[in-house]
Design a protein around this ligand. Structure first.
Ligand code: PEP
Ligand code: MN
Length: 364
């Protein structure tokens, strides 16, 4: 299904936008008035556009800290008054939304555990009807791009054109390097489909530990993300939620200063050199197509032969041989075994599909 979102450019949102990266930072949770104000004051001159703090916390287990509730919204009002920062909080239902709007929260975000639920997203969308406020939507916890887009559409349909997406990674089972697997191809696909949509990366929830923040943030910048949402706490180890992934305001400033922000290469000379090189790529892509086409034709011939001679489609020893040989050849050419495995699995699967179709073809 093709859709278009009606989007307003970020420099018209009424928030300070100093160019990439748009920074949205602050604690995972508002804990005390003092902690909130101390963090905000430390961030006031750091290029941060939006101060974030969770008031209602969707926690996995019920006996964890679940947020200070509406009381914390007064602290966010104070942050606005004392620092001039715009403030943001997470809303998960209509009640949160009304409360946040009543306290003049400037920016809302919908969390990963809410994006998965179209009923909850619709309820928030209905509460936002006629309201002019920037809203960011985190990816759902499962790697389902359509669900993410669906949430964006619901909020957009309510008239919200100051709309952004936050990539915070996807849940998986068992020990993994990341708290939430980034699956970068998903936000890349979102950007391909909605080039005007503001896309923010959340390295804190992807990494789950502060040591990973820089690497993930840099990768997001190199993939041309528009912004970063990073959790900052004056005393991270004592944080009431997500302690391992939070950093102090000073470490945050160092991290941001260390990022290399590359351009789109839109200068004339850059463009003509890129154009030249891309022509070579196009040429090889054409050759690849011809080769894949020719290979598939042979696979089809083999399918006909198997049909005539009543031979099964999958020949495991042959498949192993192809894969092992290709990985070895690939390695000698400096191509990773991961790349070769993915390419050959895709090609082999297509051959199997074609051959299965051929041997089961009903002649009329
Ligand atoms: C958060 O931003 O603190 C949060 C709860 O994030 P997520 O919805 O990505 O888990
Ligand atoms: Mn958090």
């Amino acid at each position: 299904m093709k859709t278009k979102l009606d989007l307003l450019p970020v420099n018209e949102w009424g928030i300070k936008y100093h160019g990439r990266p748009l920074l949205m930072s602050g604690p995972c949770s508002a804990e005390t008035e003092e902690q909130v104000l101390q963090t905000a004051q430390a961030l006031a001159d750091s290029g941060v556009s939006v101060f974030r703090a969770g008031i209602w916390k969707p926690r996995t287990r019920p006996n964890s800290f679940e947020g200070v509730g509406a009381e914390g919204l007064k602290w966010l009002s104070k942050v606005k008054k004392e620092t001039g920062l715009k403030v943001a909080t997470e809303v998960a239902n209509a009640k949160h939304t009304y409360e946040a709007l009543k306290h003049n929260v400037d920016v809302l975000w919908i969390g990963a555990r809410t994006t998965v639920n179209p009923f909850a997203v619709q309820e928030i969308a209905d509460a936002l009807e006629g309201v002019d406020i920037p809203v960011f939507i985190k990816n759902p916890i499962n790697p389902d791009i359509e669900l993410w887009i669906g949430a964006l559409e619901r909020i957009n349909k309510a008239g919200i054109t100051k709309l952004g997406a936050i990539h915070r990674g996807f849940s998986s089972y068992g020990d993994a390097a990341f708290r939430n697997a980034p699956n970068w191809q998903i936000p890349i696909e979102l950007k391909r489909r909605f080039p005007e949509l503001i896309l923010v990366n959340d390295p804190s929830h992807i990494g789950g530990k502060r040591e990973l923040l820089r690497e993930i943030s840099q990768k997001a910048m190199d993939l041309d993300f528009d912004g970063l949402m990073i959790e900052v706490h004056p005393n991270p180890d004592e944080a009431w939620s997500d302690a391992k992934q939070q950093i102090t305001p000073d470490v945050f400033k160092e991290l941001v200063a260390s990022l290399k922000i590359r351009t789109k290469g839109s200068g004339q000379e850059e463009q003509s050199r890129l154009c030249e090189l891309r022509k070579k790529i196009d040429h090889f892509d054409d050759e690849l197509m011809d080769i894949i086409e020719a290979r598939m034709k042979v696979a089809e011939e083999i399918g006909e032969f198997k049909r005539e001679n009543n031979i099964v489609v999958l020949q495991n020893s042959r498949w192993n041989e192809i894969l092992e040989q290709s990985i070895a050849v690939g390695q000698s050419k400096g191509l990773s075994s991961d790349l070769i495995t993915r390419i050959f699995k895709a090609i082999h699967q297509e051959s199997i599909n074609k051959q299965t179709e051929i041997i089961n073809r009903v002649l009329v």
